[in-house]
Design a protein around this ligand. Structure first.
Ligand SMILES: Cc1cc2nc3c(=O)[nH]c(=O)nc-3n(C[C@H](O)[C@H](O)[C@H](O)COP(=O)(O)O)c2cc1C
Length: 186
């Protein structure tokens, strides 16, 4: 890929981070997206916060990291609606089976899934999970339903998984995810 400088300049990316062991990789992804000139707003699920601290992502993003739907700032418009409106892309990396199910069903129990329903921006999902979770018919049906609706994916790759198994389900490499982001927003 070409030099990262400014390829994503002035593009607003909401980086959703969910409760996968791969959540720590969101730090590198944030840092690289910022290097590409993007304005990154990290949004973590409650489970993601067990794997990585919002402080890590907000320091790298140079923007506040949010995780609580109910911790809105003062102002007449809920912060998540404002963020959803200004986003050029909603990227979720890593995306858990649970997050994918929420998105497929249109459930909005937390900040990330509420932003998902409230945004008109394209959505790019980078799933990461145990191979059996990925193969499960429920997960496959949810993925198929989202693909049919035009959602973008960076497919997980095969390798040694954190659960101890070898198989499909590893988060795609950050450079592959970023290449996709550049393609979508370019
Ligand atoms: C150590 C550990 C690792 C996990 N890794 C994954 C994972 O890679 N992918 C996944 O879909 N779920 C994983 N889970 C399960 C999710 O954290 C769980 O389904 C959670 O409800 C997801 O919530 P969220 O989608 O709101 O973040 C893991 C759980 C634990 C305890």
């Amino acid at each position: 890929m070409e030099s990262p400088d400014n390829q994503l300049k002035n593009r607003t990316i909401i980086l959703g981070v969910t409760g996968s062991i791969a959540a720590y990789k969101a730090a590198d992804l944030t840092s690289r997206l910022v290097e590409y000139g993007a304005e990154v707003f990290p949004v973590l699920t409650e489970s993601a916060c067990r794997f990585i601290k919002p402080m890590t992502l907000q320091t790298l993003a140079r923007n506040p990291a949010a995780s609580d739907l109910w911790a809105e700032e003062a102002g007449w418009q809920p912060g998540h609606i404002e963020l959803a409106d200004r986003a050029d892309l909603l990227l979720v990396a890593p995306a858990t089976a649970h997050c994918i199910a929420n998105f497929a069903m249109g459930f909005a129990p937390d900040l990330l899934s509420s932003i998902h329903l409230a945004t008109k921006a394209p959505v790019l999902l980078a799933p990461a999970m145990n191979g059996k979770m990925l193969e499960h018919l429920a997960t496959q049906a949810n993925l198929a339903s989202l693909r049919e609706r035009g959602y973008h994916f960076v497919d997980p790759v095969a390798g040694r998984l954190a659960c101890g198994y070898e198989g499909q389900g590893k988060l795609a490499l950050p450079e592959v995810i970023i290449e996709r982001v550049v393609n979508i927003l370019g």
